[in-house]
Design a protein around this ligand. Structure first.
Ligand code: FE
Ligand code: ZN
Ligand code: FE
Length: 175
């Protein structure tokens, strides 16, 4: 029998959010190769390719979290990541061939990383609250990689490539 909403616990919410991020990580894993294929800047391509491999690890780690809970990995469709990925796809279609292409890809990828930092940050806080130390350890490992991926994107964006792309686009629009 399904529990009514008044009987739901923080643990139930944790499991719901876990299924949500499991869906999201699989969707990101599927979307990244196409994104990477459009990157021009070598370091950005390398960074995103590394993060693609880390993302495979994120999916595996989540499966381990389900295992810790004595459950099989399961998904619930995440409308948030669907929206973020759809927007990224639109930006790539519109800008990938332009001098602002890499700036658009960083823009789209940082939206994904911030979403993940948000979700793993919350899940980690709840895992601690629920006294699930082994689960918290797994979530923290992924959260750290998401922060690093985001920092790398910020550094690349500020290194000139991104600004240059934006400036070039603005200049050609003004011409
Ligand atoms: Fe991830
Ligand atoms: Zn969601
Ligand atoms: Fe990520």
């Amino acid at each position: 029998m399904a529990t009514t909403s008044s009987e739901k616990t923080l643990k139930d919410l944790f499991v719901h959010a876990l299924k949500d991020i499991y869906y999201a990580e699989n969707a990101i894993l599927k979307a990244l190769p196409k994104v990477i294929s459009h990157v021009k800047h070598a370091e950005l391509k390398k960074g995103l390719t590394e993060h693609l491999h880390e993302t495979e690890g994120h999916v595996k780690r989540l499966a381990d979290v389900f295992g810790e809970l004595g459950a099989k990995p399961a998904s619930v469709r995440c409308e948030a990541i669907e929206g973020i990925l759809k927007e990224g796809d639109e930006v790539i279609s519109e800008f990938a061939a332009s001098p602002a292409g890499d700036a658009g890809i960083i823009f789209a990828c940082q939206a994904v990383e911030h979403y993940e930092i948000n979700r793993y940050g919350t899940l980690l806080a709840w895992a601690k609250e629920l006294k699930m130390a082994p689960v918290a350890k797994l979530l923290k490992a992924t959260l750290d990689e998401e922060y690093k991926a985001d920092d790398k994107l910020t550094k690349l964006a500020e290194s000139g490539e991104n600004r240059e792309g934006i400036v070039k686009t603005a200049a050609s629009a003004a011409a």
